[in-house]
Ligand binder design. Structure first.
Ligand code: HPA
Length: 274
C-alpha cells in the first residue's frame, strides 16, 4: 500500500505531466466562488475524478476540477471546489489536494470560502480577510505519526495567516476602493448550520465568521511551510443574528453579487507574485 507521502507524490507527478509550468500560487475557491477560474489564460482543466486521491465534491456550487493557467503571466493552480469532512471524508482526504499543491512546489496558498457572519457589524455579501482562526472542529489533519518529509511535529501557528500576504490583500482591495476588513474565522464540522446559542458563543470567543472548511487546509499548508492567505465571503448572517432560516441557495446568490470585487482582489494578489 502507498504511504501518505507516496500518494501525494503520485498525484503531484500526474498533475505535472499535464502542465508546462509549475504554479507559483494555489487558490482554493469555496461555495459559489468558482467563477474566478474563468479569468485564467492558457487553461488546463483536470477533473478531480482523474487525479489520484482527489474526490469529486458532492456540494452544489462546487465544480470539482483543478484549473491550471496564467493570470498576466503568473502561473496559478485553481481548485474549483473542495471536499469537506461533513461529506464523510477523513482529514487526510480533505487536505490531500492542498498537500499535493505543496508537493508540486506551490509556496503561496489562497483559501476562500463562504461563511456565516458572527460579527453583527458584517453584512451578507461582504468579503472579509482572514486574520486568524479558531479550530472548533475537534479534528486536526496532523493527528497520527508526523510526516517528517512534510514538516515538523508541532507547527507554530502564530502566523498561520501570513501578515505579508494580508498586507498585499488589503492594498489590492484599497486599490479598487474596497474596504477589506479582517476577521477571525471559526471552523466547525457541519453539516448543520449553528444554533443561535453556538453563534453567540463564537462571538464571545472572538470569532467574526463561521464556516465548515478552510481550517484543516490551513493547518496542512502551514505544516508544509506554505504561506497562506484567506478570504471569506459572508453569504449570510449566522443563525440568530437576523431573523429567518438559512438556505444554501441564498449563500450562492450572495457570493455571485460580490464576484467582480472578489476576482479583482484575487487577481491583484496573484500579480504581486509575478
Ligand atoms: N455557518 C456555517 N457555514 C456557513 C455558513 C454559516 O452560517 N454560511 C456559509 N457557510
Amino acid at each position: 500500500m502507498e504511504t501518505v507521502v507516496e500518494k501525494l507524490q503520485t498525484a503531484a507527478s500526474f498533475i505535472k505531466s499535464k502542465i508546462t509550468d509549475i504554479p507559483n500560487i494555489g487558490i482554493v475557491l469555496g461555495s459559489g466562488l468558482g467563477d474566478f477560474a474563468d479569468s485564467l489564460e492558457d487553461k488546463v482543466e483536470i477533473p478531480y475524478s482523474e487525479i489520484p486521491g482527489f474526490h469529486q465534491t458532492t456540494v452544489l456550487g462546487h465544480a470539482g476540477k483543478l484549473v491550471v493557467g496564467k493570470i498576466e503571466g503568473v502561473n496559478v493552480a485553481v481548485m474549483q471546489g473542495r471536499i469537506h469532512a461533513y461529506e464523510g471524508h477523513s482529514m487526510e482526504e480533505v487536505v490531500h489536494p492542498v498537500r499535493v499543491l505543496g508537493m508540486m512546489g506551490v509556496k503561496t496558498l489562497v483559501l476562500t470560502n463562504a461563511a456565516g457572519g458572527v460579527n453583527a457589524n458584517y453584512h451578507p455579501g461582504q468579503l472579509i480577510l482572514i486574520k486568524d482562526h479558531i479550530n472548533f472542529t475537534g479534528k486536526n489533519p496532523l493527528i497520527g505519526p508526523n510526516l517528517d518529509e512534510l514538516g515538523t511535529r508541532f507547527p507554530d501557528m502564530s502566523f498561520a495567516w501570513d501578515p505579508n500576504l494580508r498586507e498585499i490583500a488589503k492594498k489590492a482591495a484599497s486599490d479598487i476602493g474596497y474596504d477589506l476588513q479582517e476577521g477571525v474565522y471559526v471552523g466547525v464540522l457541519g453539516p448543520t448550520y449553528e444554533t443561535p446559542s453556538e453563534v453567540r458563543m463564537f462571538g464571545m470567543l472572538g470569532g467574526d465568521m463561521v464556516g465548515m472548511s478552510t481550517v484543516a487546509e490551513n493547518i496542512a499548508a502551514v505544516h508544509m511551510g506554505m504561506k497562506v492567505m484567506g478570504i471569506s465571503c459572508v453569504t449570510n448572517m449566522a443563525a440568530g443574528i437576523e431573523k429567518g432560516e438559512l438556505k444554501h441557495e441564498d449563500i450562492k446568490d450572495q457570493a455571485a453579487q460580490v464576484m467582480t470585487k472578489f476576482c479583482d482582489i484575487l487577481k491583484s494578489v496573484v500579480k504581486s507574485h509575478g
